[in-house]
Each structure stands twice: as C-alpha cells, then as structure tokens.
Design a protein around this ligand. Sequence first.
Ligand SMILES: NC(=O)c1ccc[n+]([C@@H]2O[C@H](COP(=O)([O-])OP(=O)(O)OC[C@H]3O[C@@H](n4cnc5c(N)ncnc54)[C@H](O)[C@@H]3O)[C@@H](O)[C@H]2O)c1
Length: 250
Amino acid sequence: MTDRYTGQTVLLTGGAQGLGRAMVHRFAAEGASVHFADLNADAAAETLAGLPGDGHAFHQVDVTDQAAAAAWIDGVAASAGRIDVLVNNAGIIRDNRIENITAQDWDAVIAVSLNGAFYCTQAAFAHMREQQYGRVLSFSSMSWRGNFGQANYVAAKAGVVGFTRGFALEGARHGVTANAIAPGLIDTPMLASMNGPARDKLIGKVPMRHTGHPDDIAAAATFLCSPEARYITGVVLDVDGGIGIGSSIR
Ligand SMILES: NC(=O)c1ccc[n+]([C@@H]2O[C@H](COP(=O)([O-])OP(=O)(O)OC[C@H]3O[C@@H](n4cnc5c(N)ncnc54)[C@H](O)[C@@H]3O)[C@@H](O)[C@H]2O)c1
C-alpha cells in the first residue's frame, strides 16, 4: 500500500457494504480520512470496525435528499477544512421488463444513482473549486450500454456517464477531474440479489470466466482519484474482466 492519500479527505456514498466498503478500506489504508454516507447503520458499523488510521466517520444520509447531502458535505468541509475526493458509489437495482417497471421503481433507481451523484457533486464542487483541486468519481455499470430487463438501471447508469462527461468540462479549468467506473460482475450483495438465472447467464459471458472482487474496483478507484491521475478526466473505465469488449465465443 502507498501513502498517497495522507492528509486527504475522501467522501464516499454507499460505503456500508459491497464496493463502497472495499473502497473505504483502501482509501483509509492509503492514508485518507474517509467520511462515508449510507442508509444502513448496522452494516456501516462493520465497515468502520478495524479501519486503519483515524479521522474516519459514518454519516447516515440519504443521497436522494438534496438538502441532507449538501449538509453532510458542507459539514465535512467545515470540520476537515477541505474535500479532496468524492466517490458517488450509492446505487440500487429494481430489475424488471419494461411492462413491469413501476413509476416508483423508475424514480427510485434514477434518484439514487443519478440524482444522488448530481446533488453530492454540486455540493462538493463548491469546495473543490475554491481549493482548485478535486477528484470526482461516479459509479456507472457495464449495463450503461444496455442490458435486458434493466431499462431503469441502464438509463441511470448511462446518465452517470453523460453527467460525468459534461461536468468534466466544467471542472477541468479548476483542477477538478471527473471520471466514472463501469464495473462488470463483482461479488457484492447487489450481485447476489440479482435474478439467479440471469446472473448465471451473464457470468458465463465474462471472457476471464469469473466474477470480480471488490478489491479490483478499489484498486482502480484509488488510482483514478489520486494526484497522479491529474491528466485523466471524462473517462469511463471498464473494470469487468473483458465483458464490455463485446461478443465472447468460447
Ligand atoms: N456489484 C456489481 O457487480 C456492480 C456492477 C456494476 C455497477 N455496480 C454499481 O456499483 C455501486 C456499488 O454497488 P454494490 O454492488 O456495492 O451495491 P450494494 O447494494 O452492495 O451497496 C450499495 C450501498 O449503497 C447504499 N445506498 C442505497 N441507497 C442509498 C441512498 N439513497 N443513500 C445512501 N446510501 C444508499 C446501500 O445501503 C448499500 O450500502 C452501485 O452504484 C452499483 O450500481 C455494481
């Protein structure tokens, strides 16, 4: 592990489990003070347990609540003095064929992944622009190119790509980069909650022939959010064992 995040304040949404938990641990191991938001306090306590270093905190915040998200971010900026990194990781799935997607399930999926990323980024950017430094990383998905039975999630995750690219242009002149990660099939509670046969069919299409580990995502995230990634902005990095390349014949 490096110490490239020493002295840095990292904010991350959805840190109570899955990819978020792995990233919280990796950023902390590399020296950052990590503040993470989530709804699930019990799982968050498990994330906090055994976290290396100090200055870490869990905040029970719903990222779909713009005022709550802004209050969280402004509060951390006031106490820590700066915000170096924002990771928009929180996301949910409500998979269904189009005829069965309810308006509530449509709104919920867009609200967490896309609106949440917008609310948090807007609040964090105010501080990053002032300090002329920042890294914003948002979570898309391999699904952003299209996936059967996930039109709501596809729309949200394609929206994250568009948002990232648009915002990257505005952040660039202020030393603020904006990138996205598009994970493939990574072993987390979210993957476990997917429809079993659909999940197994998808795993069968991964060129590397296995699912990814949350640490694979944490390694990519800590690179993209580091000072050394200063000339990389507006990109969508596939971390997916090759499934995003296209057809894979065995
Ligand atoms: N696991 C995968 O294979 C995979 C693949 C592609 C993309 N992704 C994306 O990566 C991100 C993380 O996925 P994961 O697999 O770790 O999911 P997960 O369901 O295991 O964890 C998501 C976390 O977000 C939190 N969360 C949900 N709604 C929230 C809200 N309104 N406010 C605050 N926190 C909220 C949950 O409580 C949970 O702790 C998501 O954006 C997901 O869409 C995951």
